[in-house]
Design a protein around this ligand. Structure first.
Ligand code: MN
Length: 219
C-alpha cells in the first residue's frame, strides 16, 4: 500500500476585504486564490510523482521532486499560518498578553525589542520570503528568523507561531516597492489571540507538532 494525504486550500477565516485599509481586497484575493492555491497543487503534484515512483510506475529525479515538494509544501504551511495570524480591524493589532508576553519580555526585553528585531528580519529578507516567530521545541524558547522562498534557511523542528509574507505578491499592488511600509502597517492586523493560542499549544504539548491544529488536516 502506497499513499500520501493530499492537501487542500483552507478557506480564509474572514472576508477578502476584511484587512483593509492595511491590505487591500485585490491582494488578498489573488494571494489566496492564485498563489496559495498554486502551492497546494504543486505539493500534491510532487506527492503524486513520489507515489508513482514507489509503485514502480515512473522513474523520477528524486532530488528534484523532493526539492519541488519542499518549496510547495513550505508555501502551503506558511500561508496556512499567515491567514489566521491576521484579523480584521477591532480584533487585530495591539500587543500580546499572558505567557507569550512573558516569554517576549524575558527574551527580547519587551514588545518593542521583539517588534524591532522581527520587523528588521522581515524588511531584510533577501529577495522573496518570510520572517517568523517560532517556538523551539528542544528548548522551549522563542526564535525569530527568516526564510528565503518558502523553505530555504528553515530550521528543522521549529514551530512557527507568527509569520509575515514578504514576497512582492503580498504587498506590491498596494505598497509598490515600499516593503517597509507594508511591514509597519501589518502590525495593525496581527491576531494576537491566534499567536498566543499557537504558543500555548507548542509550549505545552508533549508532541507540539501534533497539537498545532493547523487548518490543513490531511484528508
Ligand atoms: Mn505569499
Amino acid at each position: 500500500m502506497v499513499g500520501f494525504a493530499r492537501y487542500e486550500l483552507p478557506p480564509l477565516p474572514y472576508a477578502y476585504n476584511a484587512l483593509e485599509p492595511y491590505i487591500i481586497e485585490e491582494i488578498m484575493k489573488l494571494h489566496h486564490q492564485k498563489h496559495h492555491n498554486a502551492y497546494v497543487k504543486g505539493a500534491n503534484a510532487a506527492l503524486e510523482k513520489i507515489e508513482k515512483y514507489l509503485k514502480g510506475e515512473a522513474e523520477i529525479n528524486v532530488k528534484a521532486v523532493l526539492r519541488d515538494f519542499s518549496f510547495n509544501y513550505g508555501g502551503h504551511i506558511m500561508h496556512s499560518i499567515f491567514w489566521p495570524n491576521m484579523a480584521p480591524q477591532g480584533k487585530g493589532g495591539g500587543t500580546p498578553g499572558g505567557s507569550l508576553a512573558d516569554a517576549i519580555e524575558k527574551q527580547f526585553g519587551g514588545f518593542e525589542g521583539f517588534k524591532k528585531l522581527f520587523s528588521a528580519a522581515a524588511k531584510q529578507v533577501e529577495g522573496v520570503g518570510w520572517a517568523f516567530l517560532a517556538v523551539d521545541p528542544l528548548t522551549g524558547e522563542l526564535r525569530i528568523g527568516q526564510i528565503e522562498k518558502h523553505n530555504v534557511l528553515a530550521t528543522a523542528g521549529l514551530v512557527p507561531i507568527l509569520v509575515i509574507d514578504v514576497w512582492e505578491h503580498a504587498y506590491y499592488l498596494q505598497y509598490k516597492n515600499d516593503r517597509g511600509s507594508y511591514v509597519e502597517n501589518w502590525w495593525n492586523v496581527v491576531n494576537w489571540d491566534d499567536v498566543a493560542a499557537r504558543y500555548e499549544r507548542a509550549i505545552n504539548g508533549s508532541a507540539p507538532l501534533f497539537k498545532l491544529d493547523l487548518p490543513f488536516p490531511p484528508k
